[in-house]
Design a protein around this ligand. Structure first.
Ligand SMILES: [Mg+2]
Length: 386
C-alpha cells in the first residue's frame, strides 16, 4: 500500500484569535470569549488568558476570578463561521479529501498532493495560505495517519508545524500517556493505571491477553494504535464531498449529438440528488474517459451557487462542447458530470434550522472536549471504552 500523508490543521485559540484580529487593541491581551448568562462557560481563551489558568469550558465566574482584568467578549458565531469558510476554502486548494471536525479543525489526506519528504513544505504552504487570507495562525501536524497527525498538531501549538515521519512514529508515541490515544479516556486510563500501564509504550508492550480481558474486542485496535498504526481514512465531510453521475457506453461514442444526449439525463440526475441533499454547488465538473482509458476533466466555477437544471445544463453543455472542439472525433467510453464546492450552509435559508443545531453542537463539542480531553468526541473512535 502506498504510504499516506495526513495533516491535522487546527486554528490557534480560534474565537479569541478572531476577536484579536478584528480588534487590534485586544492583541497581546487576555481575551476570553464566552456566554453572558449566569451559568455560561468559556468558549475560547487567548494564549495570554491561558497564562492565568483560564481554559475553555471553565465557568465564566471562575475565569473572572482567575483573570479579573481580562477582556470578556460574547460569542459572535456568524463572524467565526465566515472566517471558518475562508479557512476551508484555503484547505480545498490542497485537496478535496477533507474531514471537518469543527469550525476550526480538520484532517486532510494529502497523499495525492505530496509525499513524505515534501511534508514540511506543504505544511508550511497550508499555514501561509491560511495566514494570508485570514490573518490568523494555524498549527499543522503531519504524519502517516490521523492519530499521528493529531498528536503532532497538539504538540506544536500555537503557530506550529510538526511532521512525524513513519520511522519516528514509535519514538514520538512511546513516552506519551496512554490517554493521548483515541478511545482511551480518563476511565480506561485509570483502569490501565491499576496494571501499571501508563505510557503508550506500556500499552504497546502489555501482554495481549491482559488488554483483551480489559477491553474485549477493542484490544487489538488499541494495541495497534499504541504501535502507531491507524487505518482510519479521512472521511470527506458534506461540504467537501462531490456528488456525481456517470455512465459507461456499451460502445465508444464520438458523435457530439449523441454525447450531449447522454449528458442530459446525467445532469438531470445530478440536479435531483443535489436538491435531495440540499446542496448548492459552486463548481461543475465534466468527467470523460477516452477509448484509451485516459481520464479527462473540465470544470467551471460559478457564482452564486446553484442546483437548478437550466443553470447546470447550460454549464454542462458548454464544458462538453469546449472539450469536443479541442478533441474532435475522439471516441469516449465514459461520460460523467459532478458538482462540488458546496455553499456554506449559513447562506441558505433552507439550512437555518440545521445551522442553529450545528452551532449548539459546536459549542457542546468544544466544552466536552475541553472537559474530558480532546478525544472525548472524536469521530470514528472505538465505542464503549469510556
Ligand atoms: Mg483550535
Amino acid at each position: 500500500m502506498k504510504p499516506r500523508l495526513i495533516a491535522h490543521v487546527d486554528m490557534d485559540a480560534f474565537y479569541a484569535s478572531v476577536e484579536q484580529h478584528d480588534h487590534p487593541e485586544y492583541r497581546g491581551r487576555a481575551v476570553i470569549v464566552g456566554g453572558t448568562g449566569k451559568r455560561s462557560v468559556v468558549c475560547a481563551a487567548s494564549y495570554e488568558a491561558r497564562r492565568f489558568g483560564v481554559h475553555s469550558a471553565m465557568p465564566m465566574y471562575a475565569a473572572r476570578r482567575h483573570c479579573p482584568d481580562g477582556i470578556y467578549l460574547p460569542v459572535r458565531m456568524r463572524r467565526y463561521r465566515e472566517i471558518s469558510s475562508q479557512v476551508f476554502e484555503c484547505l480545498q486548494t490542497f485537496t478535496t479529501a477533507i474531514e471537518r471536525l469543527s469550525l476550526d479543525e480538520a484532517f486532510l489526506d494529502l497523499s495525492d498532493a505530496a509525499q513524505e519528504p515534501e511534508a514540511l513544505t506543504i505544511g508550511r504552504d497550508i499555514k501561509q495560505r491560511i495566514h494570508a487570507c485570514t490573518g490568523l495562525t494555524a498549527s499543522v501536524g503531519l504524519g502517516p495517519n490521523m492519530l499521528v497527525a493529531k498528536i503532532a498538531s497538539d504538540r506544536c501549538k500555537p503557530d506550529g508545524l510538526l511532521h512525524v515521519p513513519t520511522q519516528r512514529v514509535r519514538e514520538m508515541l512511546d513516552p506519551l500517556p496512554v490517554t493521548s490515544l483515541w478511545g482511551i479516556g480518563p476511565r480506561s486510563g485509570a483502569q490501565l493505571e491499576r496494571h501499571a500501564i501508563r505510557s503508550v509504550r506500556d500499552l504497546r508492550l502489555a501482554p495481549q491477553p491482559l488488554i483483551q480481558a480489559l477491553f474485549g474486542n477493542q484490544a487489538r485496535l488499541l494495541q495497534a494504535l499504541a504501535s502507531g498504526h491507524d487505518e482510519r481514512s479521512v472521511a470527506e465531510s458534506a461540504a467537501e464531498r462531490s456528488v456525481s453521475q456517470e455512465t459507461t457506453f456499451e460502445e465508444d461514442l464520438a458523435d457530439p449529438r449523441m454525447l450531449l444526449q447522454a449528458l442530459r439525463p446525467l445532469t438531470q440526475g445530478l440536479c435531483a440528488s443535489l436538491k435531495r441533499a440540499e446542496l448548492l454547488p459552486h463548481t461543475l465538473v465534466l468527467k470523460l474517459r477516452t477509448a484509451d482509458y485516459r481520464r479527462h476533466t473540465r470544470q467551471q466555477r460559478f457564482a452564486p451557487a446553484d442546483n437548478s437544471l437550466p443553470v447546470l445544463w447550460r454549464l454542462a453543455e458548454n464544458l462538453l462542447q469546449g472539450w469536443l472542439s479541442e478533441n474532435p472525433g475522439k471516441p469516449l467510453r465514459l461520460i460523467g458530470i459532478g458538482a462540488r464546492d458546496f455553499a456554506d450552509s449559513q447562506q441558505l435559508p433552507l439550512f437555518q434550522d440545521r445551522f442553529s443545531r450545528d452551532r449548539e453542537l459546536d459549542a457542546t463539542a468544544k466544552s466536552l472536549r475541553a472537559r474530558f480531553g480532546e478525544h472525548a468526541l472524536q469521530r470514528g473512535m472505538p465505542r464503549g471504552l469510556d
